[in-house]
Design a protein around this ligand. Structure first.
Ligand SMILES: Nc1nc2c(ncn2[C@@H]2O[C@H](COP(=O)(O)OP(=O)(O)OP(=O)(O)O)[C@@H](O)[C@H]2O)c(=O)[nH]1
Ligand SMILES: [Mg+2]
Length: 310
């Protein structure tokens, strides 16, 4: 916030978090919200669509749009991902462009993203993430190179993982939002459904536990999401979830199920634990696996399985 603080009517607006795959956009979103909303993994292209989280502070509300990493799309699925990121750029009042200083020291290497960001013509804050993983001495020359090439309205070196300097980024965001009242109740933290969060928790485990093409061929469909009264603990919510993991080949189905069902069990156990914490509920999670050949290349199926439009 600026020295004067927010105007009497407050500030509010939409903030697009954009950048290459794997730079830490979702980690930053979850850190700000203090809630595991978006799936995070060491693999690029984890996020597939726009995920809106809400950060509220006295006099300020920012709707943060986490987006898929910008990349050259090869399949229909990737095209839909990049479209979702581009749409978020155009819906935003403010852009936070996140870079990984270990891989993007040279601003010229990010021309494709730069063109998109420039076309959106929004005030842009450059967030230099993962500073916990680079020598501090490397940051100054990097920041002056980016300053010269991109002219961001502010640059904030930070670590989404440790939380270092994230408050400074929030101050920069808060002082640049348009004037206006909060758009959503102040205790609301997301614009997505619990169903979507459940699907993402399962998909996150697939990304963390399988390799090669398997995570990129997988989608998760929630077939049932039922809240029921709990007999043992009437104070606590009880949610019954049936999810289907869709992959593209029989061989992938074999991997996802694993020897004696071990992989599916591991995915299900961890996703259930994560959801119990996130929802503060007791969860019964049932998983099934099915094959839908080449769904990632089929526009219609990408729409169905990709949660686009959540
Ligand atoms: N060292 C370090 N690692 C980080 C930091 N932020 C994120 N990461 C790691 O970077 C990897 C990618 O993080 P994500 O948040 O999934 O990145 P993303 O930009 O959302 O990636 P996509 O959804 O694939 O575009 C994960 O292994 C994170 O733990 C950070 O501040 N420091
Ligand atoms: Mg992400």
């Amino acid at each position: 916030m600026t020295e004067e603080g927010p105007p009497p009517g407050g500030r509010s607006g939409f903030v697009a978090l954009v950048g290459r795959p794997n730079v830490g956009k979702s980690t930053l979103l979850n850190r700000v919200l203090k809630y595991p909303l978006a799936a995070i993994s060491p693999r690029p292209q984890t996020t597939r669509n726009r995920i809106a989280g809400i950060w509220s502070a006295p006099g300020v509300q920012a709707i943060l749009l986490d987006t898929p990493g910008l990349h050259a799309p090869a399949k229909e699925l990737n095209r839909a991902m990049v479209d979702a990121a581009s749409a978020a750029l155009h819906d935003a009042d403010l852009v936070v462009w996140i870079i990984d200083p270990a891989r993007e020291a040279d601003p010229e290497s990010d021309r494709g993203i730069r063109e998109r960001v420039e076309r959106a013509a929004r005030p842009t804050i450059l967030a230099i993430n993962k500073v916990d993983a680079v020598p501090k001495a490397a940051l100054l020359p990097l920041m002056s190179a980016w300053e010269e090439a991109v002219h961001p309205v502010a640059q904030v070196p930070l670590s989404a993982r440790t939380g270092e300097n994230v408050d400074r980024l929030l101050d920069e965001i808060a002082s640049r939002l348009p004037e206006g009242p909060p758009l959503y109740p102040e205790d609301q933290i997301a614009l997505v459904t619990e169903r979507f969060i459940a699907a993402e928790a399962v998909r996150e485990q697939v990304f963390l536990r399988t390799s090669q093409e398997v995570p990129y061929s997988t989608a998760v469909v929630i077939e049932r999401f039922e809240e029921q009264p709990s007999r043992e603990d009437p104070e606590r919510r009880f949610i019954r979830v049936i999810a289907r993991i869709v992959c593209e080949r029989a061989s992938q189905k074999g991997i996802l199920i694993g020897a004696g069902g071990a992989m599916l069990k591991a995915i299900g156990t961890r996703a259930r634990q994560d959801l119990e914490r996130a929802f503060d509920a007791r969860i019964h999670l049932e998983l099934h696996v099915s094959v839908d050949e080449d769904w990632t290349k089929d526009r219609r199926k990408v729409k169905t399985y990709g949660h686009f439009g959540v």
